[in-house]
Design a protein around this ligand. Structure first.
Ligand code: ATP
Ligand code: MG
Length: 269
């Protein structure tokens, strides 16, 4: 399994916008990390550095013993699967199944292994019944799941999901949460970008808050939600239950059971 090492990375787009400023981030194999922060904070820019789609203006990115500077995007695709923020940048084929088959075929999986990973990816994303549909006929939230399935089928040790939760209904959220749990249970690494702070806290062990291209806080949810000042600076709203706990003068809690426990304990006193 393969660690990620982002070392002091700064990046400016040719337009002159500086999107990352001295970002350092080490991620161990099997970690689940949520990148959060307001629009334009630099989340996608950072994600695109992990598979070599972007190269740092200064600093280095290493995926295990591979510097992204010394390896092609095609090579890096064996280690890092990236689900684009916008599915239309990723979908080319006429059926959902064919689309999901592209990655495993490019990686040279044999026919039997390809069939197996494609069926697994369809099932994991709830798309089995839609396998013969044209991806462009699907609603955007389902199209996003097609791109997720495409990346799952590549069996990469690292999976980067750029806003998988956008537009998903309750079933979609449950499926994506289960995918994150399954990947990390297998020792694979998940980097997820999402504006759904509750989803991030529920499914990722570690939250990294970006603001204006810098890392503001990095740690488990309990550490991050204990700093509403820094969250406010990054324009990230803490989860609703965390705000409720604060209003009630209870200890920090962002899930229903711990909050109810804290209430019961106060009542008993
Ligand atoms: N292709 C580009 N050319 C020039 N500037 C860009 C480009 N892509 C992003 N930017 C700028 O870089 C900064 C960071 O953008 P980025 O897309 O990484 O943010 P983000 O955190 O992913 O935001 P969002 O939540 O809206 O997806 C922003 O100021 C954005 O306008
Ligand atoms: Mg983005």
């Amino acid at each position: 399994m393969i660690p990620i090492s982002v070392n002091n990375v700064s990046f400016s787009y040719p337009s002159g916008v500086q999107a990352l400023r001295n970002v350092s981030l080490d991620v161990a194999p099997g970690e689940s990390v949520a990148l959060i922060g307001q629009n334009g904070a630099g989340k996608t820019t950072l994600a695109r550095h992990l598979n070599g789609l972007l190269q740092p203006s200064s600093g280095t990115v290493a995926i295990g013993d591979w510097s992204t500077h010394e390896h092609t995007v095609a090579q890096l695709a064996r280690r890092v699967g990236y689900v684009f923020q916008h599915p239309e940048h990723q979908i080319f084929k006429r059926t959902v199944r064919d689309e999901i088959m592209v990655g495993p075929r490019n990686l040279g999986f044999d026919a039997e292994h390809t069939a197996q990973v494609v069926e697994q990816a369809l099932a994991a994303t709830g798309l089995t019944d839609l396998a013969e549909q044209h991806p462009h006929d699907l609603m955007p939230a389902l199209r996003k799941r097609v791109t997720l399935a495409s990346v799952l089928a590549m069996e990469t040790p690292i999976v980067v999901l750029d806003e998988p939760t956008t537009g998903q209904d309750a079933l979609g959220l449950r499926l994506i949460g289960a995918v994150v749990a399954q990947l990390t249970a297998e020792g694979r690494t998940v980097i997820m970008i999402s504006h759904d702070i509750d989803f991030c806290a529920d499914h990722c062990r570690r939250l990294v808050v970006l603001s204006e291209g810098r890392v503001l806080i990095d740690g488990p949810a309990a550490t991050v939600f204990a700093r509403p000042d820094l969250l406010a600076q990054s324009a990230v709203e803490p989860p609703q239950l965390a705000r409720l706990a604060e209003r009630l003068g209870l200890p920090l809690a962002w899930q229903i059971e711990p909050l109810l426990d804290a209430l019961a304990e106060r009542k008993a006193r």
